[in-house]
Design a protein around this ligand. Structure first.
Ligand code: EPU
Length: 339
């Protein structure tokens, strides 16, 4: 399919914050050929190329003087199956949650805890999406990316992606790798992960004692829907900050000062704190200034009530960062990509 370039397109519909900025050039890529055509078009015009998926991890603070390429390639296939694993491959432009539902309909287990995460398959490895005790890396079998520097295709194994909490090689080498398709190792009978937070309790409340993967998916959809705003109704990019990793000494001091501190010791000795708890305790939950705000049910989520600019949302985030640092000595790192 040939590349359709459009000039000065509003990106409002292409970022889940619903921020209204424009792209100098915009195109959809339906396949590898489209991606290559876009790279060429951007080079000819001496414009940078910005690749987006669902725009769900993005804060746009001004017009984008670039060719914005939206990955719109589609296709899901089972590549192979043995007694333990079923390898499934999906094109980068596949929307994530429908892909999860497809896998469940095939009787495949592995993606259920990652239900209802906005975004696309191709964006998922960027920040190693995770929820309810499972991260993308736990079900990852490989991916194919285009090296924008050389134009060559490269296959990546799990180790080569250097996945970490909301992090990967692709995030660290931003702008180099363009993810075309991703492979997942699923199974027909592996165990479910029920131990994160409210999952088991929710299933018990529903009277489900031997849950299937679909039951887990439905429970997680219900839990998420209660706490996280639907971007179609209220602009947001999910968690706006990462949960910070702090030294055990700081965690100890905070625990002594702050009754109820939510903290999770990590294998490496560091302690992960619930940023949402700190932000709520600092009084920001439900805060609103103009159309930029902090969600009233989840303090980790910044929201756009309609007309907020990216600058206003970023300004609010910076005030929260400064306040949390002053009160608790904890630096919060912004999770979405800020442009
Ligand atoms: N909490 C508060 N107040 C708040 C928010 C949270 O006290 O306003 C407390 C909760 O009570 C709980 C703890 O903080 O004790 C953790 O809260 P929750 O389980 O809601 O998860 P989170 O740490 O706020 C992370 C991910 C989410 C993911 C959930 C579930 C990050 C940055 N966020 O949020 O991911 O869905 O866990 O696994 O790691 C995203 O990345 O966009 C995202 C939504």
């Amino acid at each position: 399919m040939s590349l359709q370039l459009q000039e000065w397109v509003s990106l409002r519909a292409f970022n889940t914050f619903g921020v209204d900025v424009r792209a100098q050039l915009f195109a959809d890529a339906h396949d590898e050929q489209g991606v290559r055509a876009a790279l060429l078009a951007a080079a000819q015009r001496e414009l940078p190329l910005l690749v987006i998926g669902g725009g769900s991890n993005l804060l746009l603070t001004r017009d984008v003087e670039a060719l914005v390429l939206r990955m719109a390639s589609r296709g899901i296939r089972i590549l192979g199956e043995d007694r333990q694993r079923v390898i499934v491959e999906a094109e980068a432009g596949e929307p994530w949650h429908p892909f999860v539902l497809w896998s469940l309909q095939q009787g495949l287990v592995g993606l259920e805890n990652l239900s209802l995460i906005p975004g696309t398959v191709g964006a998922a490895p960027m920040q190693n999406i995770g929820a309810y005790g499972v991260e993308l890396k736990d079900v990852f079998a490989g991916l194919t990316a285009l090296d924008r520097q050389t134009g060559e295709l490269r296959e990546f194994s799990l180790l080569e992606c250097a996945f970490a909490y909301r992090d990967s090689l692709f995030k660290r080498e931003a702008g180099r790798w363009l993810i075309l398709r991703v492979r997942f190792a699923l199974s027909r009978a592996s165990e479910l992960h029920l131990d994160y937070g409210p999952v088991r309790q929710r299933l018990a409340e529903q009277g489900i004692s031997a849950p299937t993967a679909t039951d887990v998916s439905q429970a997680i959809c219900a839990i998420r829907s209660e706490k996280l705003p639907d971007p179609a109704e209220l602009g947001n990019a999910g968690s706006f900050f990462k949960n910070p990793l702090v030294a055990p000494e700081l965690a100890e001091r905070l625990r002594a000062e702050q009754a109820g501190l939510v903290a999770f010791p990590q294998a490496d000795g560091q302690v992960k704190l619930a940023a949402g708890w700190l932000i709520e305790r600092a009084g920001w939950k439900g805060f609103r200034e103009g159309d930029a705000g902090v969600h009233r049910l989840q303090a980790l989520v910044l929201v756009n009530y309609g007309g907020a600019t990216g600058q206003q949302l970023l300004g609010l985030a910076q005030r929260i960062q400064a306040d949390v640092l002053a009160r608790y000595g904890v630096s919060l790192e912004i999770e979405p990509n800020v442009l």
